[in-house]
Design a protein around this ligand. Structure first.
Ligand SMILES: Cc1cc2nc3c(=O)[nH]c(=O)nc-3n(C[C@H](O)[C@H](O)[C@H](O)COP(=O)(O)OP(=O)(O)OC[C@H]3O[C@@H](n4cnc5c(N)ncnc54)[C@H](O)[C@@H]3O)c2cc1C
Length: 378
């Protein structure tokens, strides 16, 4: 064997997986098809401090772009409410530096990383790459949403995210805009990275993301676009089997990003860590059950929350602009205070349920959704 493990995809999940495997004493190679780790950055970079602490990465000055103190949510007709995000400790990361920081950790543990090298085909224990064939015991698919495109197009939304310079950007505040006609099944967002600079994006079912984002920006006001990225996002939750024979699927490739917001740094990153530990155990024991333990660990941590997120998404997709506006009318200062104080960024369906269940809107929501709504509250 050339390596005990070969990982295709050198982003957050693949690199964290490599870091763990190398730390536990096994040989591991990461293949990244792009010419540089972290580039092109296809991420808003919003995470909680507790989330990245759990991933074992302390952001450096280069990695940390901004700290967020609040989030404003805006309805189709322009009604809005603002959540105080101070207690939730939310950061904006520069994914280019963040991914390189993890690559450094992985390398320090003994992992090898090859950029501009792509996985082409898997044949048993043989991996065909753009630079030749290699043999290994375990292959990890960490190729992101591109791995899911062939499997299921239904769960994929097109997104566009531009880096924008504009004086209407509030440095401390994320903005989220709902409009089921413009961004069906998703939303538009403004993620400030510093004064007058933000990552501004849109996603939605069946939309032309570039045109939609340009319309959004022209309504916001004068601006300059200095970078454009287009990337698919996955909203259908985890795939059925994370492990098939000697192939282990992690991160976005395994559907491990949130079905509500498509955020995945934390849940995909932990997917990589859990997989790395399970693979190392399997390499020592030869027991397939050790490999399968990875899916068990991830599901114990995220299974219930992701089920609730999928349900919340199902409910949201049935709302039209009128019902969203109605819900906004019923949000009280007390409920906002409660969510700001007690809500958690990474496990947010309890906060969503509180918003859906507030006095007044509960009747509307229950009438539309019946018993499914009650399940979200349990
Ligand atoms: C517009 C946008 C905004 C987002 N904003 C946020 C956010 O604010 N917060 C958050 O938590 N999450 C966010 N996400 C989600 C987050 O970026 C992903 O969940 C996370 O990056 C998934 O990590 P991953 O390692 O699984 O896959 P990816 O980051 O997608 O990485 C896959 C890697 O595999 C490589 N690759 C693909 N094919 C091959 C091949 N054949 N051979 C070798 N390498 C290959 C790719 O080049 C890439 O580097 C956002 C996503 C998008 C699209």
């Amino acid at each position: 064997m050339d390596y005990e493990v070969i990982i295709a995809g050198g982003s957050v999940s693949g690199l964290l997986c490599a870091r763990e495997i190398a730390r536990l004493g096994h040989s591991v190679l990461v293949l990244e098809e792009d010419y540089e780790i972290g580039t092109p950055e296809h991420c808003g970079g919003v995470v909680s401090v507790s989330g990245i602490e759990e991933l074992g990465v302390i952001p450096t000055r280069g990695t940390l772009e901004n700290k967020i103190s609040s989030a404003s949510i805006i309805s189709p007709s322009g009604k809005s409410f603002t959540l105080n995000a101070k207690a939730q400790k939310v950061l904006v990361l520069d994914r280019r530096d963040f991914d390189k920081q993890i690559a450094h950790q992985a390398k320090n543990n003994g992992a090898e990383i090859w950029v501009r090298t792509s996985l082409k085909e898997i044949n048993g224990d043989e991996v065909k790459t753009s630079v030749g064939s290699l043999k290994c015991n375990v292959i990890v698919d960490a190729r992101g949403v591109s791995s899911l495109i062939g499997k299921d197009r239904e769960g994929i939304l097109q997104s566009a995210q531009y880096e924008v310079y504009a004086d209407w950007i509030d440095k401390d505040r994320i903005e989220v805009y709902f409009d089921q006609e413009k961004y069906p099944g998703f939303f538009a967002w403004i993620i400030p990275t510093c004064t007058d600079i933000a990552k501004v994006g849109v996603a939605g079912k069946g939309i032309n993301a570039a045109i939609t984002l340009e319309n959004f920006l022209s309504q916001k006001g004068k601006h300059s676009i200095v970078r454009k990225i287009f990337a698919p996002i996955w909203i259908k939750g985890p795939i059925e089997n994370f492990v098939t024979k000697n192939i282990v699927t992690i991160g976005d490739a395994a559907g491990q990003s949130k079905p509500t917001t498509a955020g995945g740094i934390y849940s995909c990153g932990l997917g990589g860590i859990f997989a790395g530990r399970a693979i190392s155990k399997y390499l020592g024991s030869g027991n397939q059950s050790d490999l399968l333990g990875y899916q068990k660990s991830w599901s114990e941590k995220f299974g219930h929350e992701f089920q609730n997120m999928l349900l919340a998404r199902k409910l949201f997709e049935r709302f039209d602009n009128r019902s969203i506006d109605k819900m906004f009318e019923s949000v009280t200062p007390e409920i906002l205070e409660e969510i700001s104080k007690e809500g958690t960024f990474d496990f947010h369906t309890v906060s969503l349920a509180k918003l859906l269940g507030v006095k007044g809107s509960v009747k509307t929501v229950q009438a539309i959704l019946g018993s499914e709504f009650r399940r979200l509250l349990t």
